[in-house]
Design a protein around this ligand. Structure first.
Ligand SMILES: [Zn+2]
Length: 167
């Protein structure tokens, strides 16, 4: 059994089906993020059905990681949710798991184009797939520091007023 010896999986465009080397990110014709994995011709109608849902304005800019999935199936589930809102996404093996034993299983990163990040986060929040932003949930270190500085400034002001009053 030979494994891990072949070339890396080609990327393909979800709309037109053209394939690209691994360095490419977007199909120059359709301006859509390329997806991993060679798909058979029988997947083409499914891909066209999916591609029609894609909002091109949500497919612009650099790819940004918006979620992590425990495996390929969970990743595809998240991709389906995002696509319902018109956000095309890319699944990638999470860094550190890029070894043959993890090719079929292993965690995946879900990436979307910059212009689709806000919509994607909203979808994931509503599906409770990512935690709420910690900045609103708890006191951030920055706010704590600001509070301390205000307290210090008030203390200094009081000392100054007391000093003025006693002279
Ligand atoms: Zn294309």
């Amino acid at each position: 059994m030979v494994r891990g010896a072949g070339p890396p999986e080609p990327l393909s465009c979800p709309r037109c089906g053209a394939t690209f080397p691994a360095e490419e990110r977007f199909c120059p014709e359709c301006r859509l993020p390329l997806t991993l994995g060679a798909e058979s011709v029988s997947d083409l109608s499914e891909r066209h059905r999916r591609a029609r849902k894609v909002k091109p304005q949500l497919a612009e800019g650099e790819l940004v990681r918006v979620a992590g999935a425990r495996n390929q199936a969970e990743g595809e589930f998240i991709q389906g949710l995002l696509l319902e809102e018109g956000v095309p996404s890319v699944l990638r093996r999470s860094p550190g798991f890029d070894v043959p034993d993890f090719l079929a299983a292993g965690p995946r990163d879900v990436l979307v184009a910059q212009s689709g990040v806000a919509t994607a986060r909203q979808v994931l929040l509503e599906a409770e797939l990512i935690p709420n932003q910690p900045a609103t949930a708890s006191v951030s270190p920055g706010r704590l520091l600001a509070g301390l500085l205000i307290a210090l400034a008030l203390g200094a002001l009081i000392v100054w007023l007391v000093t003025l009053a006693t002279h």
